[in-house]
Design a protein around this ligand. Structure first.
Ligand SMILES: N[C@@H](CCC(=O)N[C@@H](CS)C(=O)NCC(=O)O)C(=O)O
Ligand SMILES: *[C@@H]1O[C@H](CO)[C@@H](O)[C@H](O)[C@H]1NC(C)=O
Length: 242
């Protein structure tokens, strides 16, 4: 069985898949690193495989799967007894329903707000473009509200999916990390901070985040500092451009 993954170091959606591979200890994967900036990967062959032209894209034998969360689910089904157990055994349909709800909320409530905030705060400045204040004014308050909800959840249960570490935590981690580069995520959200300190100690995270950091450190001033350096305060000069 050949596993092939089209991926990009700068992409937090790709990191989601890398985290599951690392949690599962799956190493036999052929990776194709695509250039998201120059977009040279959008060949007819690639577009035939990934019909929306995006990464991550996963190919296993002749089957193609895109959408990072679907790839993650696939990997959990494929390797149920290998490495970390990321889909909990739940006693009844109600518990399963709640877990599925928490899993989906990451995409429907959190990702829809962190993605535009990250695009305006980090990606556009790296591309020498001006952030759109209207977009920030719309999505940043929603992001803050979402983080408050997560903090509240985590003051009631230890992990975002329930009593144990699961795919729900993995789904959130790349976006929460990117959020720390845009706004003060933890501030007085102590429960969220406690959760983050725990999950970010996992080996899979330490391994997975390296290439994302390596990319963004080169193109985004202040990437290593958190809360971030305010726009305009950074030193020009040794900054690479996307
Ligand atoms: N919901 C998708 C998002 C995929 C996505 O937006 N990928 C970006 C990189 S983070 C991409 O490939 N962009 C290329 C493009 O849109 O042209 C997922 O989770 O996989
Ligand atoms: C986060 O949760 C903690 C623990 O319940 C609570 O003390 C704190 O006030 C919460 N922070 C916010 C911003 O709601």
């Amino acid at each position: 069985m050949t596993l092939k993954l089209w991926t990009a170091a700068l992409s937090w959606n790709c990191l989601r898949v890398e985290l599951v591979l690392a949690e599962k200890g799956v190493v036999d994967v052929e990776r194709v690193e695509v250039d998201l900036v120059r977009r040279t990967f959008k060949t007819p062959d690639f577009l035939e495989k990934s019909i929306y032209g995006k990464v991550p894209l996963f190919e296993v034998d002749d089957v193609l799967i895109f959408e990072s969360r679907a790839i993650c689910r696939y990997l959990c089904l494929k390797y149920p007894d290998v490495g970390s157990h990321l889909i909990p055994e739940l006693r009844n349909p109600e518990e399963r329903g709640v877990w599925e709800m928490r899993l989906l909320l990451e995409a429907t409530e959190f990702d829809v707000n962190i993605s535009p905030v990250f695009a305006e705060t980090i990606i556009k400045p790296a591309l020498q473009q001006t952030p759109d204040e209207v977009i920030l004014a719309r999505h940043q308050p929603r992001l803050e509200t979402c983080l408050d909800v997560l903090n509240k959840t985590l003051s009631e249960i230890p992990f975002l999916g329930g009593q144990e570490f699961s795919l729900v935590d993995v789904f959130y981690m790349p976006g929460i990390y990117c959020a720390t580069k845009c706004i003060d995520v933890f501030g007085n959200r102590h429960a969220l901070k406690k959760w983050w300190d725990g999950v970010s100690e996992r080996k899979a995270w330490a391994v997975g985040v390296v290439s994302l950091d390596d990319f963004w450190v080169r193109v985004s001033p202040g990437w290593k500092s958190s809360p971030p350096v305010a726009l305009g305060e950074e030193e020009e000069g040794n900054r690479a451009h996307l």
